[in-house]
Design a protein around this ligand. Sequence first.
Ligand SMILES: [Zn+2]
Length: 451
Amino acid sequence: MSTKATVEKLVSLCKRRGLVFQSSEIYGGIGGFWDYGPLGVELKNNIKQAWWKAVVQERDDVVGQDAAIVMNPTVWKASGHLDTFADPMVDCKECKKRFRADDLVGAVAAGTHGHEAAVKASRCPECGGELTEPRMFNLMFKTYVGPVENDASTAYLRPETAQGIFVNFLNVLTATRKKLPLGIAQIGKAFRNEITPGNFIFRDREFEQMEIEYFVKPGTDEEWHKHWVEERYNWYLGLGLRKENVRVRRLEPEEQAHYAKDTYEVEYLFPMGWSELEGIANRTDFDLRRHAEFSGRELEYFDEESGEHIVPYVIEPSAGVDRLLMAFLVDAYDEEEVRKETRVILRLHKDLAPIKVAVLPLSRNEKLVPPAREVWALVRKHWMSQYDDAQSIGRRYRRQDEVGTPLCVTVDFDTLEDEAVTIRERDSMEQVRVPIAGLVEALREKMNTGD
Ligand SMILES: [Zn+2]
């Protein structure tokens, strides 16, 4: 973690610069829901594209799909979510506030011991009132399909994208004629009615997942599990997260989900401590067997080598887009002294930066506007870019630094004579003069990415 980033600073920057807004803010907001503004949606799209490129485009063993959010409710019976996707919850008898039982015990037990912790956890942390016994609270959002609201029409907003992949396993297998190992990747919204959402966009009630279900022959699952842990860890480092802020942790047996044989987490050192970015679980054949049982369909793969029908095992790398976005912001955030002023800078990887190039005329002088507009027209065909002519050039550089724009192009009075412009780099603040005719080429070279 950058020692300079705090959650408060991030929230403030995100609002001020149009990255993330509180949902329905003019009505006082709604807990656990966030909106992405003009720059936020660019950053989010860039994260998703980088993921898709790494796990689908550049691999020959993974294909994509996009399933519906609302599914046949039997899916959630089969997956176990209807019965077990619940948190223990307690209510305060005095102030009526609701808490996660495990949060209370955890919070109090951290600094105390044994009996004392148990006693404290039985009182409301807000008002000291008496608490009810824990009750299980299902985290799925309910809705109704069709005009009648009854049990038969009850459906759920998916709490994970994974099940949309399991139920399509045969469709994808048949349509692609692929052999195992075969991965199916998907990016999409998921919903969990968290009792205590929090830490900005880290734990939301509506969030976006990037998941792969990677189907393998039983017996090769442990080897592929290792492969995916390495792949996913390296992906984060490749996109610039600092090595000292990223770690892989193997979950203890008591931390494992009911379907998992073994799980690793890629964790990031957030301002609130080490927290999960991505879980990489060995889900075994649990899901396919359950769906086979509940649907009556045979969800099997014919292995030509052995001449047998097998139920594949599944390795599942599952990441949350919103918390990744937060991690990339935390990691990129920096402050430095430049000419006795504080320069706030997002040192985002170029692939992730919301704006790649800003075009800045030195001033609003009418002679500079036409060439500056021409330069912008040239640039915007290739990259997400911005034109900014408000306030001094120094201020405009700072504004671009603050949102991580890697390159600024300045059009000045010399441009009128030499038909050249200045490229200024975000991190080094170095400037080079290049002819407009060679600008796109020069920018591309500095960007190190094609378009
Ligand atoms: Zn209370």
